[in-house]
Write a protein that binds this ligand. Sequence first.
Ligand code: NAD
Length: 355
Amino acid sequence: MKSFNYKALPINVHFGRGRFKEVKEILKEYQFSSVLIITTAGQAAQGQKLAEQLGHICVGVHAKAIMHVPVAIAEEAIHEVQRLKVDCCLALGGGSTIGLAKAIALKTSIPIVAVPTTYAGSEMTAVYGLTENRVKTTGKDLKVLPKVVIYDPELSLRLPAKISACSGMNAMAHAVEALYAQDKNPIITMMALDAIRALKDALPVIVEDTQNIEAREKATYGAWLAGICLGSVGMAIHHKICHTLGGTYNLPHAEAHAISLAYSVHYNRNADIEAMTQLACALGGTDHQQVGHLIYQLNQKLNIPMALKDIGLPEDGPQTVTRIVCDSPYYNPRAYEYAELEQLMQRAYMGLPPN
Ligand code: NAD
């Protein structure tokens, strides 16, 4: 066995159906008495309901989170927490909501209690992002790491089938890239494989029946493990491609991940054969050469958009993305080869199978 480093992040996790009802008790345990609920406009009613449940320890609902945390939105929220003398931000929502709570924490050190309602995994990482003038800056700071995370699969029952599928594949991407990370280790590999199996089994069931609570539970479990992977080891070519698609073209985060994953793993299929064979087996196959196809077929089963052109990538996007990816690469187990990568990005643009 190769030598490795492993470090766990200090987050208290409460997982299970109906655990949402324990939020007030948990907040009191930590002696929080001035809690601001952060959420999106679309989840404002859910936030309001939670505020009623919390009673006097809740000082308001700030339902202004939007994707990629624009600096102006963060500044407004920081002003609000200072005005209300908030001692805890309770983030109820997906990556956008948790992202806003992280921006507040970065500036004020106000602790976060996260109640995730998508599968994006931000709650398990110390990574934050802020966007200004269409440029997203990311960084890492333990100040933004949630103190407590409450996973209640019942909260995802309202997540529409399409968002569930794409968000679930976004989680899958974190676990997949952990398998061939530069700093991979046996604990994270174990978690990544369990995450991939759970998501592969649960997502097709959810797409057929969004109310299937067993499948929701399995997907939430998979997303949690995938989030740990994302927070623990470095990501590679796939995350570089998706950060470029999001940063340069503002493509929707989860969809961009879901579509691109088949092509990223196909590109890496011979780079780390042990990892890719493990991936193929976790997806129900046997051969590392198949990995791109296995993800592509799973996407077809999930009825998610298959082509980058259908989610807003312009015609010259594949060349531009390939150039940016090759000019400022992340670590990857295989060297960046412009011509092959551009060809794959063209296939992703059209939604064709990876080869
Ligand atoms: P999101 O948070 O924007 O949510 C997508 C939409 O779904 C929103 O309109 C939201 O209101 C709605 N929604 C969420 N949960 C719902 C539910 N249970 N029922 C009904 N509607 C619901 O999307 P996301 O994909 O979760 O997050 C994307 C953002 O998170 C991006 O900005 C991305 O960069 C960031 N992110 C950051 C990290 C990190 O480690 N820092 C990790 C993953 C994602």
